[in-house]
Design a protein around this ligand. Structure first.
Ligand SMILES: *Cc1c(COP(=O)(O)O)cnc(C)c1O
Length: 409
C-alpha cells in the first residue's frame, strides 16, 4: 500500500466516497480561492519557512516524544506520549490555527472568524489573530460557553469577540453553522479558520497538512530513540485532526496499526454518545459527506460526551475512508473510562491530560494485554487538562466509584 494512493483527496476533494464540497452556491468561489491560495502557499519556501519559524519559536515545537516509564511498567508495554499538551495554548490546535491565519494574512484578509466547541480552537485562533494583529470573532454554543468559561475569558483577553450561539443543542454544530453564515456575508475581508479535518474541501486536506507535523516529528523521534517504528498509534477522534496529524506520516508503514478512539459517552446503547462509527452512518453535514449520527429520517442526533472537544455528530471524511479501506480502526470508550484514565495518568506520570486525550489513554489501559512488553505504543496526548478541572470535579461528584481495569486479551 503506497502512501501516494492514501494521501488524497482527489481533485473534487474526495477521499474515496467521502469528503467533497456540499455548500451553498455563495461559498463555492471562496472555497476555490482558498484552495488555490493554499496550494500556492504550500509550495512557497518563504511561507513554509515563516510557518516553521513560528512553530519552533512560538508554539515550542518539536514537542517531546516522552517514554512514560511508570505507565509502561504498569501496563507491560513500551508506551510513549506525544506531548501536544506542551504546545503554547495547551493543545495541538495551535498548529493548524497558525497555518490558517498566516494564510489569511498572505491572502490580504484583515478579519478571521472561527467556531469553537471545547474553546481550545477559539483560544488558538484568537491567539494567532493577536499575534498577527487581526480582528477576530469566535462563535460558540451557549452550553459550551458555560462548560468552558475559562476559555471564554482567555479569548476575550486575547482581543476576540465571543458570540454565543443559542440555536439547537447550543454546541459545536450550531456554532459552525453561524460561522459559515458570517463567512458568506463577509467573505471579501474574512477568512474562516476551521478547527478540525471537517467541512468542505479544502479544509479536511489543509487542516490535516498543518497537523501532520505531529506525526513527522513522532516518526523521526521514535526511529532515533528506538531504531524502529511503533506497533500502534492511538489518538482520540473528535473531528479527527490530532489523530490524522499523528497518523499521516505513518500511512505508508503498513505494519503500524492506527487506532482512533471516539467518545462513547454513557454507552452506545444509552444513545448518549458521540461514536459516529459505532452508531452512525454516511450522510452530509456541514459541507462534507462522512459518517454522521442521525436518525432514520436523517435528522442529526443529539450527541453527548464528558469532553466538549469530542462532542460532535460528524467525523472527518478521511477517517471514514481510512476505516473503509481497513487502514485505520475506530473504537470508543465511555465518559467514566476517560475520567478514570485522567486520574491514572496523573498518578503514574504527573501529567493531567485533557478529557479528550484521556479517551486514547483509557483505550490503551483497557486493551494493554493485546500488546507484548517490547511493543511500542504511541498515544497522542492532544492537550492538557487544566481547562477540564471544573468539569472533572462536577462529573466525579455526580458519579462516585471507579471501574477502569487493565483489559484482557
Ligand atoms: C479539540 C480537541 C480535540 C478534538 O479535536 P480533533 O480534531 O479530533 O483533534 C482533542 N483533544 C483536544 C485537547 C482538543 O482540544
Amino acid at each position: 500500500m503506497s502512501r501516494g494512493r492514501l494521501a488524497g483527496p482527489d481533485r473534487r476533494g474526495r477521499f474515496g466516497p467521502y469528503g467533497g464540497i456540499f455548500v451553498p452556491e455563495t461559498l463555492v468561489a471562496p472555497l476555490a480561492e482558498l484552495e488555490r491560495e493554499y496550494r500556492r502557499a504550500r509550495r512557497d519556501p518563504q511561507f513554509r519557512k515563516e510557518l516553521n519559524c513560528y512553530l519552533r519559536e512560538y508554539v515550542g515545537r518539536p514537542t517531546p516524544l516522552y517514554l512514560a516509564r511508570r505507565m509502561s511498567e504498569a501496563l507491560g508495554i513500551r508506551c510513549y506520549l506525544k506531548r501536544e499538551d506542551l504546545c503554547h495554548t495547551g493543545a495541538h490546535k495551535i498548529n493548524n490555527c497558525l497555518g490558517q491565519v498566516l494564510l489569511a494574512k498572505r491572502m490580504g484578509k484583515r478579519r478571521v472568524i472561527a467556531e469553537t466547541g471545547a474553546g481550545q480552537h477559539g483560544v488558538a485562533t484568537a491567539t494567532a489573530a493577536a499575534l498577527f494583529g487581526m480582528e477576530c470573532v469566535i462563535y460558540m454554543g451557549n452550553v459550551d460557553m458555560q462548560r468552558q468559561a475559562l476559555n471564554v475569558f482567555r479569548m476575550e483577553r486575547l482581543g476576540a469577540r465571543v458570540v454565543p450561539v443559542t440555536a439547537g443543542q447550543q454546541t459545536l454544530k450550531e456554532a459552525i453553522s453561524e460561522a459559515m453564515r458570517d463567512w458568506v456575508t463577509n467573505v471579501r475581508n474574512t477568512c474562516y479558520v476551521l478547527g478540525s479535518v471537517l467541512g468542505p474541501h479544502p479544509y479536511p486536506m489543509m487542516v490535516r497538512d498543518f497537523q501532520s507535523v505531529i506525526g513527522r516529528e513522532a516518526r523521526r523521534q521514535c526511529l532515533r530513540k528506538e531504531g524502529r517504528l511503533p506497533r500502534s498509534l492511538v489518538a482520540c477522534v473528535g473531528g479527527g485532526s490530532n489523530a490524522l496529524g499523528l497518523f499521516h506520516a505513518f500511512l505508508g508503514d503498513r505494519q503500524v496499526e492506527l487506532i482512533g478512539v471516539e467518545a462513547g459517552g454513557e454507552g452506545i446503547r444509552s444513545g448518549r454518545h458521540a461514536a459516529r462509527f459505532a452508531g452512525g452512518r454516511p450522510g452530509v453535514l456541514q459541507g462534507t459527506h462522512t459518517f454522521i449520527l442521525q436518525d432514520r429520517e436523517g435528522q442529526i442526533k443529539l450527541t453527548h460526551s464528558v469532553s466538549a472537544g469530542l462532542d460532535y455528530a460528524a467525523v472527518g471524511p478521511e477517517h471514514a475512508y481510512l476505516r473503509e479501506i481497513g487502514r485505520a480502526r475506530y473504537e470508543h470508550v465511555t465518559d467514566r473510562q476517560a475520567v478514570d484514565a485522567v486520574n491514572a495518568l496523573c498518578r503514574w506520570e504527573g501529567i493531567l491530560p485533557a478529557l479528550e486525550s484521556a479517551h486514547a489513554v483509557a483505550w490503551v489501559i483497557m486493551n494493554a494485554r493485546r500488546w507484548n512488553r517490547d511493543d511500542i505504543v504511541v498515544i497522542n496526548l492532544s492537550g492538557r487538562g487544566d481547562k477540564d478541572v471544573e468539569q472533572l470535579a462536577k462529573w466525579e461528584s455526580k458519579h462516585p466509584g471507579k471501574t477502569l481495569r487493565k483489559g484482557r486479551k
